[in-house]
Design a protein around this ligand. Structure first.
Ligand SMILES: Nc1ncnc2c1ncn2[C@@H]1O[C@H](COP(=O)(O)OP(=O)(O)OP(=O)(O)O)[C@@H](O)[C@H]1O
Ligand SMILES: [Mg+2]
Length: 1196
């Protein structure tokens, strides 16, 4: 089974031609069999038909696309790329889904909806920004975005070619494209440049658009707007714009077909005439140039409002108020010029009409107004309207104009003025839009008239169709021809596709002896006419395949254009090609007093496309229409025809377009009635064929529309392959690696010599892959960066939080601690306060108790004390009394004893004296005496030895005292302990005080007793005196007796006595002296000891010691009293007593010392007494004394 048999099986859906609908859907009733010659089908309308086929099956009807593919965004993605498939797809989208845009490869097909679509707001612009063409629904913004992205990416020039028949929506599409560029290429807020670019449209539309039967706002000129972009840090900013216009339909100024209008600006001016009374304007119907079409109004459009908009836009674009005023004057002048009445002229004095001349009345109001408005001489104007000048070699001739000629001159002048004014306005716009822009990249938007074919097609249609032929060729060259050549050049296996090349058609128009050449030649002929030119044309151009001569007559010719065959009426071709205007009339205008008129009339025609745009801007308003070089138009001979100018400007445009990357927008007009979403298949299919969409589909299906140079591809897509697959030195291989990695289907690409070729959609796929990968990488980078930022922020936050926490915790802890402290302090305070209160209460209590106790004890003690004192006093009294009594008794007894002793001693002494007296009278006695003395001496010597021994004993005692001193040192150590004890003794101090007081009292008593003692002593002294007196008496008696005895013995023993006495005295004195010395030594030692003792006692107890003098002054009586004193211990310092009380240890020590001292004293006393006894015993008698005294007296 062949593939056709498989596809055309029963039930398969096919398209069959239809008379009205062009294509009709049908289903196969029977399966196709090769060679059958027919197909049985059931049409959509239900009729069963049989379709005849060729035997080889080469004319099998096209298959329908599966339902899933219907409504595709891109026509090239359809499975079956054929006319009915494309048509059906567009229809489904447009009619059912109301989608007006569809892609067809690189072409954007835009079907005019004739309805307001919510598709062009700023939000939609934002939505399409940054998205590739395939990402979102097809849209003019998507195409513009594609161009803008390419501009940004490659920094190359681009163009958007918008084509389509009149009313298809070219101008609207171009405006939206420009709006998109202004939006994305400018800043968020509209800047001056964007405002100017957008504001240029209403001006151009006012001056260049008019209402036609096809379009209420038909552009009557071609426009190529270059939007200039400046690259700033990789972003393209709209810098300015330049505008190039093509072939303004001048004839419209003076003539409009039925149902059409003149240029909008005239009607706008008439609507706003109240603002300009000086223009002397009237209703539009009153002007010849405005009322020809009979349809002066446009639905839903207010000319007055439009005028305001135009003036506002002109202000934005830098037109001054004066400029605008002058412009409206010129416009009004044109209108008034049209109203100048050219009337028949009659031969003077007759009613015969002069057909060779005509008349304009000098007082023609419009003539005058025209003159006034244009500031020209109305007479001159009139003159040159009525006449023309024909120059010969040396002279010139003035020939009057016929009515037709005068009217033609008038109309030509009006057209000329308007064309120049249009040129001037474009110039000012260019100056304003491109104010000093540097060399920038541009995106050109070409809004040029589409292919036209009317019932009667004239020179304009010829030019328009010629332009479309050229543009189609450019399209062909871009899409097909160049593409195929490129494939061959690149060495890609490629089956040549048969495509329509319109070069032969262009050759017919452009080539030598082509239509334009012949036309120019005919124009140069002085007697050339449209008919003669037609004849020549038929004669010369019949060889061209695209030329067809008319079947009848020679007033027309046919040209087979790429879209359709058009019949052109030759009438007016020459005149329009010549575009002549009376030189004299232009001269009149050149001499105008209005600056603008002068300025406008001297404008030169220049092709700004072929010269530097900067230079063009400085030229101030020179616009395209004509030749490639600046050309002054000095004379008629050198003036180029309109056809040749147009040809040159077209060539310039095409070369400009070739230098750019073109993007195509094909606008389709769905119906002639301007009804919203009304689909007229026949009309649409004709347009699709005409604009090459179907050809594109065909080629796209077979070709590789996208291509990349290896380095460019490498640079852009190197990130799509692993590093190991990328080699900078072998870009080709690297590109191969990238492509083969991502595109598995080998048919989708081809590797050329210098480029890689991709089938439609593959680059978008690669872009998508790249974008995805970039997105992935960017996401990774972003994630890393974000992680870093967030981590840093987190760490900071953490640090800050921990800081805050730390401080907060610290704060809370401090607060807690503070509270605890306060609690504790409060506790302590309360404790102390309570303690203090308790203590105070306690102390008060104790104080009061102790007070009570004190008082009680005091009272008790006082009571006891009083009792004790009383007792003591009683005892003391008793004691003293007893003492007194005892002493008295003693004294009495003693006196008695002494008396007795004295009596006895006297008796014994007398007896002894007598005895001695008798003994003395004997020598033996003397000897005995001497013997006795010797014994005495010996005994005294022994006594001295004893004393010495005693002395040594005393020394030993002294050493003991040193020991005691050491003990005293120890005692000092004990003082520390004493201090400790001292505190304990405090209590006892009071007691001591009490005792002291008691002692004081006792002392007082003692003093009393002493006084009594004093009295007793006085008594005793008086008795003593008495006794002394008696003793003296007795002594005198003894002396007398001794005198008597002495007198007796003196004489005998004087010599011996003296000698003995001297010896005795001498020895006695010596012994005595020694004894005294010993005594003194002992006393000194004793004194020293006492001193030491007293010092010690004084140092330790601050005791008051008795002085040595006191000691020495002691007598017998003192000794007697001493016991009493010692008993009472009155000489002891009270402190010592107290101390003795206090310090039992010390006291015992001191007591011991005292005891030792007392002992020593006793010994000393005893020794003294012994000595005294001995001294008294050895005391010389009165005689010896006397003899000694006498011997002493003699000696002296
Ligand atoms: N995209 C659109 N949305 C809505 N209406 C549109 C759209 N495109 C065109 N139209 C309508 O179609 C009319 C004609 O459009 P436009 O003036 O752009 O046609 P054109 O192709 O420029 O015709 P001409 O060649 O005569 O200048 C517009 O005035 C507008 O009403
Ligand atoms: Mg237009």
């Amino acid at each position: 089974m062949s593939s056709e048999e498989m596809l055309y099986a029963q039930g398969a859906k096919i398209w069959v031609p239809h008379a009205e609908q062009v294509w009709e859907s049908a289903t196969l009733e029977e399966s196709y069999r090769k060679g059958a010659g027919f197909l049985k089908i059931v049409t959509e309308s239900g009729s069963l038909r049989e379709v005849k086929l060729k035997a080889d099956g080469s004319d099998l009807p096209p298959l329908r696309n599966p339902a899933i593919l219907v409504g595709q965004n891109d026509l090239t993605t359809l499975s079956y790329l054929h006319e009915p498939g494309v048509l059906h797809n567009l229809r489904v989208r447009f009619c059912e889904r109301q989608i007006i845009y569809t892609y067809c490869g690189i072409i954007l097909v835009a079907i005019n909806p004739y309805a307001e679509m919510p598709l062009y707001g700023p939000s939609i612009i934002r939505a399409y920004r940054g998205h590739a063409m395939g990402d979102l629904e097809p849209h003019i913004f998507a195409l513009a975005e594609e161009a803008y992205t390419k501009l940004e990416r490659e920094n190359c020039n681009l163009s958007i070619i918008v084509s389509g028949e009149s009313g298809a929506g070219k101008t609207v599409s171009a405006k939206y494209a420009m709006r998109y560029f202004a939006a994305v290429g400018g800043s968020e807020s509209e800047t001056q440049v964007e405002r100017k670019v957008l504001a240029s449209s209403p001006i151009m539309e006012a001056f260049g658009n008019a209402k036609t039967t096809r379009n209420d706002n038909s552009s009557r000129f071609g426009k190529f707007t270059k939007l200039l972009f400046r690259n700033q840090m990789g972003v393209m900013y709209l810098q300015g714009a330049t505008m190039h216009t093509y072939l303004l339909e001048k004839s419209r100024v003076v003539y409009q077909a039925q149902g059409e209008r003149n240029y909008h600006i005239f009607y706008q001016l008439c609507a706003a005439r109240a603002k300009y009374p000086e223009l002397v304007l009237d209703h539009q119907d009153k002007f010849q140039f405005l009322n020809m079409g009979g349809a002066p109004d446009i639905e839903r459009v207010s000319d007055a409002d439009q005028f305001n908009e135009t003036v506002q836009a002109m202000t934005v674009l830098g037109f001054s108020i004066n400029q605008i005023a002058d412009i409206v004057k010129i416009l009004a002048g044109i209108l008034h010029l049209g109203n100048i009445n050219v009337s028949k002229k009659y031969n003077e004095g007759t009613d015969e009409e002069d057909t060779d001349s005509c008349e304009i009345f000098p007082n023609d109001i419009h003539l005058q107004i025209t003159g006034d408005l244009l500031r020209v001489k109305a007479d001159d104007l009139r003159r040159w309207l009525l006449m023309r000048k024909i120059e010969s070699v040396n002279d010139y001739v003035l020939i009057p104009n016929s009515i037709e000629a005068a009217e033609a001159a008038r109309d030509a002048l009006a057209k000329h003025i308007y064309a120049k004014l249009f040129q001037y306005i474009v110039g000012v716009l260019n100056k304003s839009l491109n104010n000093g822009s540097k060399q920038c990249s541009f995106i050109g938007v070409l809004d040029i008239y589409g292919f036209e074919t009317f019932e009667v097609n004239s020179f304009e249609q010829f030019c328009i169709n010629y332009a479309n032929e050229k543009l189609q060729q450019q399209f062909n060259q871009h899409v097909f021809k160049l593409e195929q050549e490129e494939y061959l050049k690149e060495g890609i296996t490629w089956t040549m596709i048969d495509f329509y090349d319109n070069q032969p058609c262009i050759d017919l128009i452009e080539s030598k002896l082509g239509v334009l050449d012949l036309l120019d030649e005919e124009c140069r002929m002085p007697r050339g006419s449209d008919e003669s030119w037609a004849g020549k044309l038929i004669g010369k151009c019949s060889k061209f395949p695209h030329f067809e001569k008319p079947r009848f007559g020679t007033t027309s010719f046919f040209i087979k254009h790429f879209s359709d065959t058009v019949e052109y009426d030759v009438n007016g071709f020459l005149e329009k090609n010549r575009d002549t205007v009376s030189k004299e009339l232009t001269q009149v205008l050149c001499e105008s007093n209005m600056q603008l008129v002068k300025q406008v009339m001297v404008l030169e025609e220049i092709d700004t496309l072929s010269v530097d745009s900067a230079k063009a801007s400085t030229l101030g308003g020179r616009v395209v229409i004509s030749a490639g070089r600046k050309q002054v138009v000095p004379s008629k001979q050198h003036k180029k025809t309109v056809g040749s100018q147009f040809q040159e400007s077209l060539a310039s445009l095409i070369s400009t377009l070739h230098a750019t990357t073109p993007h195509y927008v094909r606008c389709i007009k769905p119906n002639d009635e301007k009804i919203a979403f009304k689909w007229e298949t026949a009309k649409i299919i004709q347009q699709l064929r005409a604009c090459g969409v179907l050809e594109t589909v065909r080629i796209s299906a077979a070709g590789f529309p996208s291509r990349w140079l290896y380095p460019d591809f490498y640079m852009r897509y190197q990130l799509l392959a692993h590093r190991s697959k990328i080699d900078k030195n072998d870009m080709k291989q690297s590109c191969r690696n990238i492509v083969t990695k991502w595109i598995q289907d080998e048919d989708k690409y081809r590797f050329g010599n210098t480029q890689i070729f991709f089938r439609a959609g593959q680059v978008a796929f690669m872009e998508q892959v790249r974008a995805n990968l970039r997105k992935k990488y960017i996401t990774v980078v972003q994630s890393v960066v974000r992680r870093f930022i967030h981590r840093r922020r987190f760490l900071r936050l953490q640090m800050v939080i921990s800081g805050i926490q730390r401080h907060a915790r610290g704060f809370l802890a401090r607060q807690r601690v503070q509270k605890m402290r306060e609690d504790r302090a409060a506790l302590i305070l309360s404790k102390y306060a309570k303690g203090w209160l308790c203590r105070r209460r306690y102390l008060r209590l104790r104080h009061s108790i102790s007070g009570i106790q004190t008082y009680a004890r005091g009272m008790m003690a006082r009571t006891k004390f009083h009792a004790m004192r009383d007792h003591y006093r009683a005892v003391q009294i008793q004691r003293f009394v007893r003492g007194v009594l005892a002493r008295r008794a003693y004294q009495k007894r003693r006196r008695d004893i002494i008396i007795c002793q004295a009596a006895v001693r006297r008796f014994l002494a007398r007896r002894k004296f007598r005895k001695m007296k008798t003994e003395a009278k004997t020598i033996s006695h003397m000897e005995k005496k001497y013997m006795g003395l010797e014994n005495k001496i010996i005994s005294m010597q022994q006594r001295i030895d004893e004393l010495n021994r005693d002395n040594s004993n005393l020394k030993h005692k002294t050493s003991e005292i040193s020991v005691l001193k050491m003990k005293l040192e120890l005692k000092k150590n004990l003082e520390g302990e004493f201090k400790n004890v001292k505190a304990a003794c405090q209590d006892k101090d009071k007691l001591i005080e009490a005792l002291n007081k008691q002692l004081e009292a006792e002392r007082d008593e003692k003093m009393q007793l002493l006084e009594e003692n004093g009295h007793a002593q006085e008594e005793w002294v008086s008795q003593k005196q008495q006794w002394l007196g008696e003793n003296e008496e007795l002594r005198r008696q003894v002396d007398q007796m001794i005198e008597l005895a002495k007198n007796a013995e003196i004489s005998q023993r004087t010599q011996e006595d003296r000698m003995l006495a001297e010896i005795d005295n001498k020895e006695l004195n010596e012994a005595y002296q020694r004894a005294i010395k010993d005594k003194e030594v002992i006393e000194n030692e004793n004194f020293m000891l006492k001193e030491e003792l007293s010092r010690l006692t004084a140092g330790s107890f601050s005791l008051h010691a008795r002085t040595a003098s006191n000691a020495s002054s002691q007598n017998e009586e003192d000794v007697g009293y001493a016991s009493a004193k010692n008993t009472l211990d009155i000489n002891r310092p009270p402190d010592l007593i107290n101390k003795n009380y206090a310090y039992s240890d010390c006291t015992s020590l001191v007591v011991k010392l005292r005891a030792i001292l007392e002992e020593e004293k006793q010994k000393h006393k005893y020794l003294q007494e012994q000595y005294l006894k001995l001294a008294s015993r050895n005391k010389p008698t009165e005689d010896s004394f006397r003899s000694a005294c006498r011997s002493a007296g003699r000696g002296s």
